[in-house]
Design a protein around this ligand. Sequence first.
Ligand code: SF4
Length: 210
Amino acid sequence: MDIQKMVEEIIKRLKKEYPEPRTALNFSNPFELLVATILSAQTTDTHVNKVTENLFKKYKSVKDYTNVSIETLQKDISSINFYKTKAKNIHDSAKMIVEKFNSKVPKTMDELTSLPGVARKTANIILFNAYGMNEGVAVDTHVRRMAYRLGLTKNEDPVKIEKDLMAITPKEEWGNLSHLLILYGRKICQAKKPQHSRCILFDICPSRNI
Ligand code: SF4
């Protein structure tokens, strides 16, 4: 099977499992999604959702995050890994959005990645989940592992993996592909114990014997 056909088949099969692949992070507007995505690095979505439940009650608008000190924000999110850096990034991103983008989370890759703590992965998640835009493929640890196991890339660097995936996937599926691989990577194609015998990609996966 050629590689484009392989991606199409993977998407087709995984969409049967997950008809509407989206982030598991809770949010009700683009800035909340930005906050949740920054918090989610090296942390489970479940834990982030627990923390943001209170955080989003306390801070209603982008401006609210600029009206408190970084130390206060640090206390609010102190149960999260790397909370000091994350609090600073959220605070400084909010400030920049208020001052430079008229209090609205920008809709372009260049503008988004100019915000503190926002690289391509976070920007892709926001563009797809908050604005329905396919600008790239968000590559997290699950996408990275599954893309490699499925033979869709030979690279290990997320930026190169993203380029490989964009080259072989129809643009309208970029956001879906990322979330499908994340959902399936969490449930079946896990890092330590991939569940080959339960896998719906078994017959087409080059790593079924690992
Ligand atoms: S066959 Fe195994 S390695 Fe391949 S996608 Fe399925 S669980 Fe992952």
